[in-house]
Design a protein around this ligand. Structure first.
Ligand code: ADP
Ligand code: MG
Length: 294
């Protein structure tokens, strides 16, 4: 009973049986600068950023702390505005896309309401948008099934592990079938084993829903495992240094990515490619800081 079976398949927004539409941009960031005025002077958080994310594509942003990853996410989510340049989401202004609920958000803290059960937390966006009670219950059940929490519907957040709480947050972000998910270090607080499990789940979920994902991480293997492309950023000012397409062997489809991939040669090669891009295209300098390289 996956979402795949209960919806009309990947790209279900386009209608049953319709082939995926190529080339529509989920996100278009053009010529964006972001300057914060602070008492200590201007902080150039982003400079000359251009980025296009296709519908259904999984793109990770990686780079040292302070390189503007969260700022870029906030611009896409219309939580802040660019100083220069434009951001569109499905060819709408970021603001219109927010009003139309074109995307779901999951950030590092799961941000659940502690007094609500798991199912009541997932139902929040549906309630806010007036979805009728019966439809709400069936959608919540479907979402909990998808994130593997069907048996935990009546628990409260503090009865769940960190990984389970993040699953609830992901289910909530997916509640209204967004075509885009914005995730800022959603697994940052999880232990390594839970984190790898969550990555496998996210690969499956993103393939099932057909949603595009913009994903911020500090972890190179995480970015490689999840992404179609990895956007490598550098700080002061925050810029895109390089965009590395993930070439992961014969079957590069995201849906086909399983645990075994982590031990394959192509995976290590991509980890190396991203590391080198992070460190300026040269062999990784010893003592370089600010990035988890594991
Ligand atoms: P990252 O998420 O990559 O760690 P951020 O986007 O959070 O980086 O921050 C980029 C830069 O912008 C940092 O130097 C940060 O201190 C600065 N910054 C972010 N938000 C604000 C703000 N609201 N006011 C002032 N400076 C900010
Ligand atoms: Mg950040």
């Amino acid at each position: 009973m996956s979402l795949h079976e209960s919806q009309t398949g990947p790209g279900f927004r386009d209608g049953a049986g319709a082939p995926p539409q190529p080339a529509e941009a989920a996100v278009e960031v053009s010529g964006v600068d972001k300057v914060f005025q602070t008492r200590a002077g201007d902080v150039h958080a982003l400079e000359s950023v251009d980025l296009s994310v296709a519908a259904g594509e999984f793109v990770s942003l990686i780079g040292p702390s302070g390189c503007g990853k969260s700022t870029l996410m906030r611009l896409i989510a219309d939580l802040d505005e660019p100083s220069v340049g434009s951001v569109t989401v499905f060819e709408k202004s970021a603001k219109q896309a927010r009003l139309d609920q074109e995307y779901g958000i999951a950030f590092q803290s799961a941000g659940l309401l502690p007094w609500r059960t798991v199912s009541a937390n997932v139902a929040v966006p549906l309630e806010l948008h007036g979805v009728a009670s019966a439809a709400r219950s069936s959608r919540v059940a479907e979402l909990l099934e998808m994130v593997g929490l069907a048996d935990f519907a009546d628990r409260y957040p503090d009865q769940l592990s960190g990984g389970m709480q993040q699953r609830v947050a992901i289910a909530r972000a997916l509640a209204e079938q967004p075509r885009l998910l914005l995730m800022d270090e959603p697994f940052g607080a999880l232990d390594e084993m839970t984190r790898e499990k969550m990555q496998t789940e996210l690969v499956r979920i993103s393939a099932e829903t057909g949603a595009a994902v913009v994903f911020v991480t500090h972890s190179i293997p995480e970015a490689v495992f999840l992404s179609d492309r990895v956007v490598v950023m550098s700080p002061r000012p925050g810029r895109i240094r390089e965009i590395v397409p993930m070439r992961l062997g014969a079957d590069a489809r995201r849906a086909a990515r399983t645990e075994e991939l982590r031990e394959e040669r192509a995976f290590f090669d991509m980890v190396t490619a991203v590391r080198e891009a992070l460190h300026g295209g040269s062999p990784v300098a010893s003592g370089a800081r600010g990035v988890e390289t594991r």
